[in-house]
Design a protein around this ligand. Structure first.
Ligand SMILES: NC(=O)c1ccc[n+]([C@@H]2O[C@H](COP(=O)([O-])OP(=O)(O)OC[C@H]3O[C@@H](n4cnc5c(N)ncnc54)[C@H](OP(=O)(O)O)[C@@H]3O)[C@@H](O)[C@H]2O)c1
Length: 302
């Protein structure tokens, strides 16, 4: 198949390219910067065709998609910045890519959402991911939607950050009681599910949770990371009000220079919620490896 991939230069996307090329698919890869060396090297490595464009400025995108058999739509942001909002990227971006898919006559559409997405979600991230899902469901395309819990892998932003805190800080700060549940999934399994979906017409019109085999609280997640890295640390549970104050300050400061904040109040809302789901349907349908979390992170967390 010839597959058009959006977000293929990102953390999940790079694993997707590997899995697609392994399965013998040809990739056309969208990026906002086709001239960058890392992006060119990535395209070269997987014999992908690199095309420049943005889903938030979609003029001419239909021409770049034409001739493909399927679209894997991964683009998403975890925090807003002055010039890029969830509404623009998740909602308007998905609206645009669905529209150009129709124009270009590409019917198969595999969409990246997120666990916790629902109507009236508390966080803007989840609200806009829900709106994007609705656009996909109403698109008339042959869609499949995936909703991962937190995704981990060599270049992830989450487990690597927790591991860094464990390494550098004598006391681990945990926002709130740390009792909310997470069900981390390996990036290899996420890619396996997407590529499997391309090959299985039975999963058209279905939405799958993508979760690992174990559920952890934030405290337990730290336990595993500390065990794997053979460290001992004290914990300090910080009041959420303090965390919100810190996030608000960071948002203000990074906003001044038009950058994304490393911590936002929207993320804190998500961190207070459970992020666990039903792992079985996707695991069965796509033969996911479902490696224990400790074994998965031991490959890259030092
Ligand atoms: N990581 C997780 O734990 C996790 C969990 C659940 C769901 N997800 C979802 O999975 C998806 C991928 O996440 P990730 O962690 O791989 O993200 P990432 O590493 O930040 O990559 C984001 C990708 O989006 C592309 N992009 C951003 N804005 C774009 C635009 N306007 N037009 C075209 N491309 C654009 C970037 O490409 P260029 O910079 O090359 O243009 C990049 O390839 C997102 O939808 C995210 O919400 C992630």
């Amino acid at each position: 198949m010839r597959v058009f991939v959006t977000g293929g230069t990102g953390f999940v996307g790079r694993e997707m390219l590997w899995r697609l090329s392994e399965a013998g698919h040809q990739v056309r890869l969208l990026t906002r910067d086709a001239g960058s060396d890392p992006h060119r090297q990535l395209a070269y490595r997987f014999r992908a065709e690199l095309v420049e464009g943005s889903i938030t400025a979609p003029r001419g995108l239909a021409d770049r998609i034409r001739g493909c058999d399927a679209i894997i739509h991964l683009v998403g942001i975890i925090a807003e910045s002055k010039h890029t909002t969830f509404q623009q990227v998740h909602v308007e971006g998905t609206r645009a890519i669905v529209q150009v898919a129709r124009e270009a006559g590409v019917r198969r559409f595999v969409h990246m959402s997120a666990l916790g997405t629902r109507p009236n979600a508390r966080a803007r991230y989840h609200q806009t991911k829900w709106e994007a899902e609705e656009l996909v469901r109403e698109s008339g395309l042959d869609w499949t939607i995936f909703r991962p819990s937190v995704v981990y892998g060599r270049d992830d932003g989450f487990v690597n950050l927790l591991a860094k805190i464990c390494r550098l800080s004598p006391v681990i700060p945990i926002f709130g009681p740390g009792t909310n549940k997470l069900q981390p999934i390996a990036v290899e399994d996420v890619a396996r599910a997407f590529v499997g979906a391309l090959e299985q017409p039975e999963c058209i019109g279905k939405t799958y949770d993508l979760c690992g085999p174990e559920v952890f609280t934030m405290d337990q997640l730290y336990d595993v990371i500390l065990r794997v890295t053979k460290r001992h640390r004290l914990r300090a549970h910080l009041p959420m009000a303090l965390a919100r104050l810190q996030a608000g300050g960071l948002e203000w400061a990074t906003g001044l220079v038009g950058k994304q904040s490393p911590l936002t109040r929207d993320q804190l809302k998500m961190l207070q919620e459970d992020n666990a789901g039903d792992a079985k349907p996707a695991a069965d349908a796509f033969g996911l490896a479902q490696l224990p979390f400790a074994d998965g992170i031991a490959k890259y967390v030092k």
